[in-house]
Ligand binder design. Structure first.
Ligand code: CA
Ligand code: CA
Length: 138
């Protein structure tokens, strides 16, 4: 039996290819936790931004605010990605993160102040943001 598998640059149909990884952009009202579950169910994880190269590509693709894979739920101010690795590269918006214990999940926030259209904000994990990005390795 054969399965047809439509790929775009080595990624499943609907996913975008960048630097050895595949990215799926989903726009819907959703909490951070549920966004993570949906990514997991698709064989990926909430997007992890490792460097300015990836950051520039992601922000060039974004159409609205989306969840990032990072959180400081376990230890306030100590941000980790879904695989438990520490967040090293950051692109926080000016004055962010500002939420303390009430805001423990990271997202891309629209930015009207600077040339870059999106950068990072901490938000309550139960906030219904406008979407999420899943990532997985090819
Ligand atoms: Ca926090
Ligand atoms: Ca915030």
């Amino acid at each position: 039996m054969f399965f047809t598998y439509i790929v775009t640059g080595g990624c499943p149909n609907g996913w975008k290819s960048f630097s050895g990884h595949c990215y799926l952009f989903v726009y819907k009202r959703i909490t951070w936790m549920n966004a993570g579950i949906e990514c997991h169910n698709r064989g990926g994880y909430l997007v992890q931004v490792d460097n300015s190269h990836e950051e520039r590509w992601l922000t060039s693709q974004l159409k609205d605010e989306v969840w990032l894979g990072m959180n400081d739920i376990q230890n306030e101010g100590h941000w980790r990605w879904s695989d438990n690795s520490f967040v090293s590269y950051t692109n926080w918006r000016y004055s962010e993160p500002n939420g303390g214990r009430s805001e423990n999940c990271g997202c891309y926030c629209k930015n009207t102040c600077y040339w870059s259209s999106f950068n990072w904000n901490d938000r309550p994990c139960s906030y219904l943001t406008t979407g999420y990005v899943c990532e997985k390795k090819k």
